[in-house]
Ligand binder design. Structure first.
Ligand code: LCS
Length: 390
């Protein structure tokens, strides 16, 4: 099946007891056993089936979502979580231990930075933040104990792109696990597993859900890898809500259509911004001016809906712009059907120390746009009227 058909059909689990067309919401915390022997067999892992909604495989609604997203990413299987951060935490806690070394893209979502820099290090895990857009910097940061390379591409919020195929090859050479946060690109535009990654993570809060009405996360990869996460999944309990799982299934049915519109709108908005005298620079992977345009073109089949830009006059001008938009919404998060604008240095990445932010290129003048699926003329008209007030 082609991608768009998979979005609509993959994983759908109609209920035979009543003949429901759509995958039902199994809004139950626990499952009834036919007899005591069956309960024991399920807990012993001798019989497949459901036991308790925190315990893998959670509920049939969760299982249907796993099947759908695994199909879209080309993975064997996966696991859902209560948020993107719960998903990343489970990957790290299940694979790393004291004395191991983690290499992470230096520009990552603020909470991912926080998890790696201030929580994993407390448990004796060494962490290096590396500008993964330079292969030699990745090679130079390898250690004997490097166990995982975590990539975020395009990176939040600078839109820096790194070469997934080349870095996963480096990871394979040293037997380290490669993990790609595919939240920005989605499987519509970037198939990280095909490019050689072992594991893909998503914040489902963004394009997977697609409507800014849920929190969720997912991890996909080989069956053996996903099974290796089960103790951490079951014992830490970052379980996705059943209603959220159902909303994600519903969201994914239109992922292909939404992503195509997000991307075509973003290209138009990026070109508009690049032509404006008030704007200092624009970073969108689809612009030839993007420093890693060639890599983006090689590994992405579309460039997504996220744009970063710098405005002349720095943060004061940026604040004026954000306070003057009328159609665009001033809020964090991303990947919703509506256009969102925010200031990473004081919002999504406020927890990253100032000097680290500056090194990452998250300047005080950087403004981030999550371009929605409205008509592009209206988004551009709103930015135009707001820029005139700056
Ligand atoms: N990975 C990326 C690339 C993200 O952008 C985010 C959240 C996460 C993981 C974590 O996902 P969550 O736990 O929120 O589901 N990014 C956000 C942002 O840029 N604004 O608000 C949240």
């Amino acid at each position: 099946m082609k991608f768009g058909t998979q979005c609509v059909h993959a994983g759908e689990a109609s209920d035979h007891s009543y003949g429901s067309h759509i995958t039902p919401i199994y809004q139950t915390s626990t499952f009834v056993f036919d007899n005591a022997e069956q309960g024991a067999a399920r807990f012993a892992g001798e019989e497949e089936g459901y036991t308790y909604a925190r315990i893998v495989p959670n509920t049939p609604t969760h299982a249907a979502l796993v099947d759908k997203i695994a199909a879209l990413e080309g993975a064997e299987t996966g696991q859902t979580f209560s948020s993107g951060m719960a998903a990343i935490t489970a990957v790290a806690l299940s694979q790393l231990e004291r004395g191991d070394h983690l290499i992470s893209t230096d520009v990552v979502y603020g909470s991912t930075y926080g998890l790696f820099a201030s929580i994993l290090t407390r448990f004796g895990i060494e962490v290096s933040f590396v500008d993964t857009s330079y292969l030699e910097k990745v090679r130079n940061s390898l250690r004997k104990n490097t166990k995982m390379i975590f990539l975020e591409t395009p990176a939040n919020p600078t839109m820096t792109v790194c070469d997934i195929e080349a870095i996963c090859e480096i990871a394979r050479e040293i037997d380290a696990l490669s993990v790609v946060d595919n939240t920005f690109a989605t499987p519509r535009f970037q198939r990280a597993l095909k490019l050689g990654a072992d594991v893909v993570v998503h914040s489902c809060t963004k394009y997977v859900g697609g409507h800014a009405d849920l929190l969720g996360g997912v991890v996909v990869g080989r069956k053996e890898f996903v099974e290796s996460m089960i103790p951490v999944v079951n014992y830490t309990g970052g379980t996705m809500g059943t209603h959220e799982a159902w909303l994600c299934i519903r969201g994914l049915k239109t992922l292909h259509l939404r992503m195509e519109k997000h991307a075509s709108n973003a290209m138009k908005v990026a070109e508009f911004l690049e032509g404006r005298p008030e704007i200092e620079w624009v970073r969108y992977p689809g612009l030839t001016s993007h420093p890693q345009y060639e890599i983006a073109k090689k590994q992405m089949s579309g460039f997504g809906g996220m744009i970063a830009f710098g405005i002349k006059g720095g943060i004061d001008a940026g604040r004026k712009l954000m306070n003057s938009v009328e159609l665009c919404t001033l809020t964090v998060s991303l990947g919703s059907v509506d256009t969102l604008i925010q200031h990473p240095a004081s919002m999504t990445h406020a927890n990253v120390p100032g000097e680290v932010r500056t090194k990452m290129g998250i300047t005080n003048g950087l403004v981030r746009l999550s371009v929605g699926i409205e008509e592009p003329e209206d988004i551009i008209a709103d930015l135009d009227q707001a820029l005139k007030k700056v």
